[in-house]
Design a protein around this ligand. Structure first.
Ligand code: SF4
Length: 458
């Protein structure tokens, strides 16, 4: 990725399309789609008008598929210069390019979220959570619904609903999916993480977040029957590594649910299991209302401030996250850190090194349970969602092609450099802190000498 994160270009997609259709009239729909996407991405990445790209394309004077192949090879090489010819051949299908201005996300400020409207399922209307919400949010609207499923069954979901999700909080009963093993990616080394499914939807708006391509709910879902989760855990009787940070940020709504003290108190009784709060917030006050426990970890996702400012909208700053972590350590909790996703741009090495150094300036490595590393990756569908919700972002300008798990990924070489570099920064500060890679295959774990498989024994 070139330049700073603060770039914005309005690109005339329909102008491109017309240009291709007029000048390459023999191309069918799929060929137009492929060329359109490649030219669009080059134009955005290099910040140049599309005419310049066509002008620079080698003239071959031939008609038909030969002409298409020549043009495509040129564009592929220009769009993905660091991939080999062989790698570029496995690029997969280039998805249609369609950017709807109405899907654009409105950029949120970092502040505590105050719900305006709750929909309460009948089955949970008498729970302690609903009782707390009624007392705490006196000016909010409360409406009773039979079930969430029934309430939304006739609604047609679009990305506009995702953008407005904080307008509606659904307080629901979970019946089945109390704990879910993290599905990981195909052929990745699993880290043994389990999700306690206590919230679906997040109050933050990270441009890369997988939830925006995964969720089709018009609001935030919060499960009220936390006692049923605890009962399910007791019944299962297994020691696991578990956390609430898969389908939401673990603490972004903690001032609303007040779940964190309950979780600490419950998991303290299972010292062979590890419970992890994973967050980008500094919403930690309620953790200090209960006694800490060695098997409770509070962990933060970290990125350089330039990425937080331009990609992780609504989240707390790097310094606020680290100060919150330092408070948790002082109080007696263990902490963890996730450099995930790591995003490559001009000064990424310098900036990530500063983050690592600041982290170890503030936090004693003996209180760090683990640090994970993961490079930016996404499905092709998520890429389309990002283009629509964050058309100004340049995180997509990096070089991503289909990887071993069918996700768009930086090349293997690039990821090797990312992890080896990050590891060297971290090892310069701590020889012993446990490192693992998130969603990477065994080959890369071995190449970087990072033992992700060990996490399954934690
Ligand atoms: S904090 Fe996590 S769950 Fe929330 S928007 Fe960011 S990536 Fe998604």
């Amino acid at each position: 990725m070139r330049g700073s994160f603060i770039t914005y270009m309005t690109i005339d997609i329909e102008g491109f399309r017309k240009h291709i259709e007029e000048n390459y009239s023999e191309f069918g729909v799929n060929k137009v789609q492929e060329i359109l996407r490649l030219v669009f991405e080059i134009s955005k990445r290099e910040r140049i008008p599309y005419e310049d790209i066509f002008d620079a394309a080698p003239e071959n004077g031939k008609e038909g598929s030969h002409r298409f192949m020549h043009l495509k090879q040129y564009l592929l090489q220009r769009r993905f210069p660091s991939f080999s010819k062989e790698e570029r051949r496995k690029h997969g299908l280039f998805k249609d390019l369609s950017i709807e201005p109405e899907y654009r996300a409105s950029i949120k400020k970092s502040e505590r979220i105050i719900p305006k409207r709750f929909f309460i399922e009948e089955a949970v209307s008498k729970t302690a959570l609903v009782d707390r919400l009624r007392k705490k949010f006196k000016t909010a609207e409360f409406a009773s619904i039979s079930t969430y499923k029934d309430h939304v069954k006739n609604r047609v979901y679009s990305l506009k609903d995702f953008n407005n999700r904080l307008d509606e909080f659904y307080i629901v009963q979970e019946k089945y999916d109390f704990f879910i093993e993290c599905p990981c990616s195909n052929n990745s080394v699993p880290c043994g993480y389990n999700t306690m499914n206590l919230g679906i939807g997040c109050g933050f708006d990270c441009a890369y977040c997988f939830l925006q391509g995964y969720i089709n709910s018009p609001g935030i879902l919060i499960q009220a029957n936390i006692e049923d989760y605890f009962a399910c855990f007791k019944r299962t009787g297994k020691d696991i590594r578990v956390g609430t940070g898969q389908f939401t940020d673990s603490l972004v709504f903690d001032h609303i649910t007040e779940y964190s003290p309950l979780l600490v108190e419950f998991f303290r009784g299972y010292p062979k299991s590890i419970f992890e709060f994973k967050t980008k917030s500094d919403n930690v006050d309620l953790l200090f209302t209960v006694k800490p426990s060695e098997n409770i970890m509070v962990s933060w996702t970290l990125n350089p401030q330039i990425i937080i400012d331009n990609v992780e909208f609504g989240t707390n700053s790097l310094e606020e996250r680290l100060q919150a972590a330092a408070r948790c350590v002082d109080y007696g909790y263990k902490v963890g850190f996730h450099f995930d996703p790591i995003i490559v741009y001009d000064k990424w090495k310098d900036d990530y090194e500063c983050v690592v150094n600041r982290l170890f300036d503030l936090i004693d490595d003996k209180r760090i349970g683990w640090i994970s590393l993961g490079a930016l990756r996404m499905t092709a569908k998520l890429k389309q969602v990002i283009e629509n919700r964050f058309p100004q972002t340049n995180i997509l300008d990096g070089e991503f092609l289909i990887g071993y798990d069918e996700k768009l990924r930086y090349s293997q070489r690039q990821r090797d450099i990312i992890y080896s570099t990050m590891k060297s920064f971290i090892r310069a500060k701590s020889k012993s802190v446990h490192l693992y890679l998130c969603m990477e295959d065994q080959g890369l774990c071995s190449a970087c000498d990072i033992n992700t498989g060990d996490m399954q024994k934690v």
